[in-house]
Ligand binder design. Sequence first.
Ligand code: BYC
Length: 329
Amino acid sequence: MYAQMVETGLKNVRSIDDMGQEERAFQARIDEGIKIEAKDWMPDAYRKTLIRQISQHAHSEIVGQLPEGNWVTRAPTLKRKSILLAKIQDEAGHGLYLYSAAETLGVSRDDLLAALHSGKAKYSSIFNYPTLSWADMGAIGWLVDGSAIINQIPLCRCSYGPYARAMIRVCKEESFHARQGYDIMMSLCKGTPEQKAMAQDALNRWWWPSLMMFGPSDAASVNSAQSAQWRIKLFSNDELRQRMVDQTVPQIEYLGLTVPDPDLKFNAETGHYEFGEIDWSEFNNVLKGNGPCNRERLQTRVKAYEDGVWFRDALLAYADKQAAVKAAA
Ligand code: BYC
C-alpha cells in the first residue's frame, strides 16, 4: 500500500530528511516489522494518531451495542436472544480492551469518555442508522461485523504491539458475530415471502452504510499515507472496501437476494466487482453529527454514564475503605 501511495504522491507524510536520529531509528524499526511497545520512544504524532484511531475504535464498539440492544427484548426465540446478548456483551469487552490499549499511550479513560460524551470524538458512522426490523440483526452481524473483520485482520499485524494483540481476540469474536448474522439472514431467506422481503429490506438499508465504514476514498483520506508509513494501516480504505464487495456479493447471491446497486458488475479481467458511486455527502453528513440517530446515540451513552455514577462511586468508596483497613492492620 505504501509503495502505491509513493507512486501516486504522498500526502501529509514525514520525509526522512525532516527526521532526527531518534525518529529515523524508530522508522527503521517499523520498516523491519519490529513492534513498537508502550515504553519505547515514539514520535508525538505517532502516539497522537494511535490515540485517535484506537479511541475511536473503542467508542465504536461501545456505541455499537446500542442498535442491537434495541432488539434484545424482541428477539424471536430464546436461542436468538441469548446469542444476541452474548454478541452485545462481546462488543462491550472489545471496547474495554481497546480503551486499555489506548491507556498504554498515556491517555486517561476519563478523558477519552469525556471526548465521546461531548461529541468531540468520532465513532463509526455505521452506528448512526436505526434498526427497524429483526432482519437488521442479521444484516449488522453479517455486513457490519463482516466489514469490521476485513478492516481488523490487518490490524493484528500493525506496528503498535498492544493494539495488534488486542485485535487478535477481537477478530476471533467478530468472526462468530458475522456467522450468527448470516445465519439469521439464511433463516429469513428460507422462510415466508414476507420474511425474505424483510431480509432484502435490511440489505437495502445496510449495504451502502457498510461500504462507508471503510472511510473516505483513498484520494480523500487525509490520514492514510502517514498511517501506512507507520504501518498502522497495511491496506488502504479502497482496497479493503473492494475486498468486502468481492467477498459479500457471492454471499448475497447464495441467499437469493439482490445487491441494491444497479451499477454492480463483475469484471472478469480484474477478477473484481465494480460497484456504483458511494454517496459521500451522506457519509460526511453522518460524520458531522447529522445522521438519522447521531443525537439519540449520544444521549443514550451520556445517560448510561450518568446513571452509573452511584455505582462507580460505591466501588471507589469500597476500594478506599479496603485500603484504609489494610493500612491500619
Ligand atoms: N466513521 O483519513 P481517514 C466495529 C474519519 S467498530 C466515522 O481515512 P483513518 C463493530 C476518520 O476518523 C468499527 N469516521 O482516517 C462494533 C478521520 O477523521 P479524524 C470501527 C470515519 O483514521 C460493534 C476522517 O474520517 N472500526 O467493528 O486513516 C458491533 C478521514 O478518514 C469513518 C475501527 O475503528 C467512519 N466510517 O481511517 C459491530 C477500525 N471513516 O479522526 C462492529 C480502526 C473515516 O482525522 N480504524 N472516518 O478527525 C480504522 O481502520 C481507521 O481509523 C478508519 C479511518 C479506516 C476508520
